[in-house]
Structures are given as structure tokens and as C-alpha cells.
Design a protein around this ligand. Structure first.
Ligand code: 6PG
Length: 234
């Protein structure tokens, strides 16, 4: 799965660079994308991307130091960013002040507005990579949290009670506006949630079901994560 997804990322990057001269991507966090990032950074693959034209952002981040074991930046940096010839000024970590999530969110929103062409005041990413939690969250848009109602800010801080931790995340308006959304989901533990995501939403839709995408949406699933999808769900 990682290899096929890495091929797809390279295609989207090449199209963006050909059409607009740059490729602006927001990376997913968690564990699943690590294999993808390693594939993208493999010598056989990395030459397919013109890294001088790539600008890397994050879809969400845990409010921890950049070298913390839980940092999405650290995961992506070790798996990919430190292995590819991307100018360091073109990599934009989300968390600079772990003890001040709101300040980080404000700073990042200002960075996006300055660095990414906007439509209606919303930065338009070429690609946002996303994972899926077994509770139907994506990025740090967790069920029952105030960030789900955020429609003005493009980046917001959110306290996730069940994790007892602060996160900073892109909000729905930014996800909706992206040219391409690509979900990467793996493992049997996600099969039930994936099956429910592709079923009619219940009274309380999952956060991931509340995205109203203007661009394309792709789901890259391994067999285990897709095991509860019926064949006509393609
Ligand atoms: C994070 C991610 C989060 C993640 C899902 C799935 O910071 O944790 O952004 O949305 O994609 O929780 O995580 P796994 O890939 O570890 O299952």
C-alpha cells in the first residue's frame, strides 16, 4: 500500500509543479504514514519529486517538543524529511510553543495565509494526507470537541480529553478546500470504522464524514482495513 500511495503522491506533486510551479502538502501524523514516508524518501522514488518546489506542512500536531517521541514532525522528519533534498525553509513544523497551543494555532494560520494561495481566505493545499482514528477522527478533529464547530479559523487548538492532551489541527474549511484529500488507513483495527464511514451516517456522523470536499478524495486501504467493505462500495 505504501508503495502505491507513494506513486500517487509523486503524481499529484508532478501535476501541481507542472501547473502551478510548486507542490504544497500537509502531512498526516500517527503511525500509519511512516511506511509511506519511508517509501517516498527511498532513493528509487525520491528522484521523481522536484523537492526544490515542495513545501511541507502538517495537518495536525501534538503539543510536544519537536524531538518528542509523540511528535508528528519528528516521525515525518526521521522517516522522510531528513532524507530528501528539500530546502529546510520549506518544511513548516506546526508546534513551536507546546505550552501555548492557541499561540501555535494562530501563528500557523498566519503562516498558511502568507505561504499558500487562498480561495475565500482559505489556503488551498494541493494535497492533504489524512489518517483515520477508530473513533472516526481525522487530523485532530475528534468527536465531541469544539474544533468540529470551527468555521472561521483555519487552524485551531483543541484539548482532547480522552487523550488528556492538547493538539493543533487544520479545521474543516481547510480540508474542504484542498485539491486532493488522500486517506491512508491500515490494519484490522480500523476495519469496523472504515465499514461505518462508508455506510449511511448515523445520528452523529463521524468527524471524517463531515468533510465537504471541493476536490478529490482517495482512500488508500490495506486489505485488513478494507475487510468490512462490501464489494459494491467501490
Ligand atoms: C495524529 C493523526 C491522527 C491519526 C489517526 C490514526 O496526530 O495522531 O493526525 O489523525 O492519523 O489517529 O493514527 P494511526 O495511523 O497511528 O492509527
Amino acid at each position: 500500500m505504501s508503495q502505491s500511495t507513494a506513486n500517487r503522491v509523486a503524481e499529484i506533486a508532478a501535476d501541481a509543479i507542472a501547473e502551478r510551479g510548486s507542490f504544497r502538502i500537509a502531512l498526516a501524523g500517527g503511525n500509519t504514514p511512516r511506511g509511506l514516508y519511508r517509501c517516498v524518501a527511498a532513493p528509487s522514488h525520491t528522484s521523481r519529486i522536484d523537492w526544490r518546489r515542495v513545501h511541507v506542512f502538517f495537518g495536525d500536531e501534538r503539543c510536544v517538543p519537536l524531538d518528542h517521541a509523540d511528535s508528528n514532525y519528528r516521525m515525518a522528519n526521521e522517516a522522510m524529511l531528513e532524507r530528501v533534498p528539500i530546502p529546510s525553509a520549506q518544511v513548516h513544523p506546526m508546534c513551536h510553543t507546546p505550552q501555548a497551543p492557541e499561540a501555535d494555532a494562530k501563528r500557523y494560520a498566519e503562516l498558511l495565509a502568507a505561504q499558500i494561495p487562498c480561495t475565500g481566505g482559505i489556503p488551498v493545499f494541493d494535497l492533504i494526507l489524512l489518517g483515520l482514528g477508530d473513533d472516526g477522527h481525522t487530523a485532530s478533529l475528534f468527536p465531541g470537541t469544539p474544533i468540529l464547530q470551527e468555521t472561521d479559523k483555519t487552524v485551531a487548538a483543541v484539548h482532547v480529553d480522552k487523550l488528556d492532551s492538547w493538539r493543533v489541527s487544520l479545521t474543516f474549511p481547510v480540508l474542504n478546500q484542498a485539491r486532493h484529500l488522500l486517506f491512508l488507513v491500515a490494519g484490522a483495527g480500523k476495519a469496523d470504522t472504515v465499514g461505518r464511514v462508508f455506510s449511511p451516517p448515523g445520528a452523529e456522523p463521524f468527524p471524517v464524514q463531515r468533510i465537504e470536499p471541493q476536490g478529490t478524495v482517495e482512500w488508500h486501504l490495506d486489505q485488513a482495513a478494507a475487510s468490512q467493505l462490501s464489494t459494491d462500495a467501490s
